[in-house]
Design a protein around this ligand. Structure first.
Ligand SMILES: NC(=O)c1ccc[n+]([C@@H]2O[C@H](COP(=O)([O-])OP(=O)(O)OC[C@H]3O[C@@H](n4cnc5c(N)ncnc54)[C@H](OP(=O)(O)O)[C@@H]3O)[C@@H](O)[C@H]2O)c1
Length: 312
């Protein structure tokens, strides 16, 4: 079996495509033959060692979170999923391992894939969909008719949050790079601004919810955008802002908490087209390291990077 792994924390040069031995599944785990995996910034943040206090110091460490594939074996206590099912899910942060031809996942982070979604599409959903859901539904309790501003609306989480907010009946505005404003309008945004020319004062007191997916809005700008009683959601606060956010009644930090319940909701909505998975580029696992390196170094994703494994 092959997977992308690394033997110490560090930059893209630490990634290796290597043979590995698959663990036997425990009682509530399943073995998946991976058909597709998608890339999230957290994958390289973990590899860089930014989360070593959660991910530990045992190497080699496997890379990758979100995946879709076919179940090959299940642990003794697994009842919800059976061998042969097409599934999608995400790996725990501690385990990683989606950039592989096989993986062992926790049953609680996996749901059955509907036939209406391809494996590539399904693999794009877990982290971005769950993050959008945790922010807009769990934290903000978004209601139809409310107004939302998505800062960074064309990133993975930004697209998912925009589409989820539109489908929940909100009026959605957002920011993106000036050259991509037509792509943003096509997502259903009623107003789009260029984040490089951004001035919060021109959008004063207009939003019930501000979703800062990029983590670049100052606390003052976030407050300026809010109607009375509104809230700012931050998924990526800078260390300088973190303390202020924790103390501010108008700011909430969102940490994605994947569960079968939320994954199932995200999948159900994806089948109806929102969030509609957007794939920017597909590469086979054997060519994934250069593609991962380019995305990490150059950013500006035009949709999700999907890694595929063509099994015989
Ligand atoms: N807390 C959590 O549980 C959680 C969950 C998921 C993600 N995250 C974090 O949230 C961040 C976003 O994730 P993602 O998957 O959406 O990443 P992504 O796909 O790389 O998207 C980032 C987006 O931010 C835009 N952007 C860059 N600079 C900006 C600025 N100054 N103002 C507004 N937008 C700007 C980018 O636009 P251009 O490419 O055009 O520059 C891009 O569209 C990452 O840091 C990720 O690690 C946190």
């Amino acid at each position: 079996m092959k997977r992308i792994q690394y033997h110490r924390y560090g930059g893209p040069e630490e990634m290796r495509l290597e043979e590995f031995e698959l663990d036997r599944p425990m009682a509530r785990q399943i073995v998946v033959r991976v058909k597709a995996a998608s890339v999230n910034p957290v994958d390289w943040k973990i590899r860089n060692g930014a989360m070593w206090f959660m991910t530990g110091r045992r190497f080699p460490r496997a890379m990758g979170s979100d995946f879709a594939g076919v179940v090959e074996a299940v642990g003794a206590s697994v009842t919800r999923i059976k061998v042969g099912d097409a599934v999608l899910g995400t790996m725990s942060m501690k385990a990683g391992g989606a950039f592989a031809d096989r993986l062992v996942a926790d049953e609680k982070l996996v749901v059955v894939k509907p036939a209406a979604l391809s494996f590539d599409q399904a693999a794009t959903l877990p982290i971005v969909g769950v993050t959008a859901w945790c922010g807009l539904v769990d934290k903000a309790q978004l209601q139809p008719g409310q107004s939302v501003f998505v800062h960074g609306c064309l990133g993975g989480v930004g697209r998912a949050a925009t589409q989820l907010a539109v489908s929940l009946g909100a009026d959605v505005a957002g920011s993106c790079r000036g050259t991509a404003m037509d792509d943003a309008r096509a997502l259903g945004l009623s107003r789009v601004v260029d984040y490089q020319q951004f001035s919060a004062d021109t959008l004063q007191r207009q939003f019930d919810v501000v979703f800062d997916t990029a983590g670049t809005l100052s606390m003052r700008d976030g407050r300026t955008l809010l109607k009375p009683g509104g809230i700012v959601l931050d998924i990526n606060p800078s260390t300088g802002k973190l303390f202020g956010i924790l103390l501010s009644p108008q700011h909430k930090m969102v940490v994605a908490k994947p569960s079968t319940e939320v994954l199932a909701k995200v999948v159900e909505m994806a089948v109806t087209g929102r969030p509609c998975p957007v794939i920017g580029m597909t590469v086979p696992l054997v060519k994934a390291i250069p593609a991962l390196t380019a995305l990490e170094q150059q950013g500006t994703p035009k949709g999700k990077l999907v890694i595929t494994w063509h099994h015989q």
